[in-house]
Design a binder for this molecule. Sequence first.
Ligand code: FAD
Ligand code: UDP
Length: 380
Amino acid sequence: MDLLQYKYVVVGSGFFGSVIAERIANDLGDRVLIIEKRDHIGGNCFSDIDKETGIEYHKYGTHIFHTSNKVVWDYINRFTEFNSYFHQVLTTHKGKVYQMPINLETINSFYNVNLKPFEVDGFLKKIIKKENNKETDSFEGKAISWIGKDLYEAFIKGYTQKQWQIDPKELPASILKRLPFRKNYNESYYYSRWQGIPLHGYTKIFEKLLANKKIDIILNQDFFDIKSSLNKESTIIYSGHIDKLFDYKFGKLEWRTLSFEKEIKEVEDYQGTSVMNYADIEIPYTRIHEPRHLHPERDLDISKTIIIKEYSEKDFGENPYYPINNTQNIELLNRYIELAKNYSNYYIGGRLGDYRYYDMHDAINAALETYSKIKSNNKT
Ligand code: FAD
Ligand code: UDP
């Protein structure tokens, strides 16, 4: 393969890299090379079929597509249809199952009361007043001022400690924004206008995105091992780690990772739902996924199911999942962003390049915006 021929080189075949490669090939009409260090395309959204059961599962954790962004929704629908899966989550605390995010059903069941939505604020206010907590700006302070100590300790504290392995007092309150709190019976995990699972799985989307013959892909190849053989004039779209691009000059950005333990159970339905959270610190995993529930439209005639236990761990560079957005890491990131300004032939992005937690629709949106810049720079 003549590596010098490519005007465009994309590092990483997740949504960020694949959408840009698709646009360069199909809209700009140029050749593009994708370099991917894993043995498959699709980044963390990769889905596969379990050979023993025929059940499709998401290798890097359950992925639910959801968005309120029409541009993204219209774009992705050119590459897949979605099923009518609607994401609800349950959580287990002291052996009892509750709805999550916390809603009126959770509160009524937890306190064994029968409140109406307009009574929730008054009820919680009384509890919070009795608890007499000092409000602080931390994750814990904000959460307690919001829902009170009882609910916080039951559903948030243990889960968060397992997830982050940091005292919740030291976590930024911004993490809480990802978790709604409802005073009605709405059980939807998301507020998004559209949601679902791709009818034929995520990997098929990537195969379609990258189907144009002008796109070449090299798997099992780290960019840094062939960087020196590429054309120096190439435009590089880089969705790897930003700190690695600069050889960790100022130090490493920290991440949390996950490990997954897959088991086959000899029953048709193990837990009755796709994701069950475990709120208590004594249970070592944070949640159990049961992917069979993601495709209710598939008529699988098999009395087996897969369950996947998820454990949160410190990342040592192998599989970074959640950026740890504390002050130290943000300062480090800003120093790398400054350096990146000198790399005029690089477009750096995606969750690793931006060191941001992106949902899939965010990554696609960022890719489409970045492509617009590439296109307009191509004209000048
Ligand atoms: P990635 O998918 O990580 O792709 C980056 C690619 O670059 C990888 O394939 C990597 O191997 C490759 N790469 C990196 N460095 C190099 C190198 N040096 N050389 C070659 N290749 C390299 N989003 C949702 O919308 N809904 C969900 O339900 C959801 N659930 C999630 C659950 C978990 C556990 C996690 C961690 C994320 C979840 N997400 C979810 C987020 C989703 O995974 C991301 O939005 C998406 O993966 C971002 O795409 P990306 O292209 O930026 O990064
Ligand atoms: N969280 C919690 N209890 C739960 C679920 C979430 O305390 O049952 C908190 C936890 O701190 C977590 C954050 O809310 O990091 C965001 O949760 P989300 O489910 O969005 O995390 P993700 O799906 O990204 O793992």
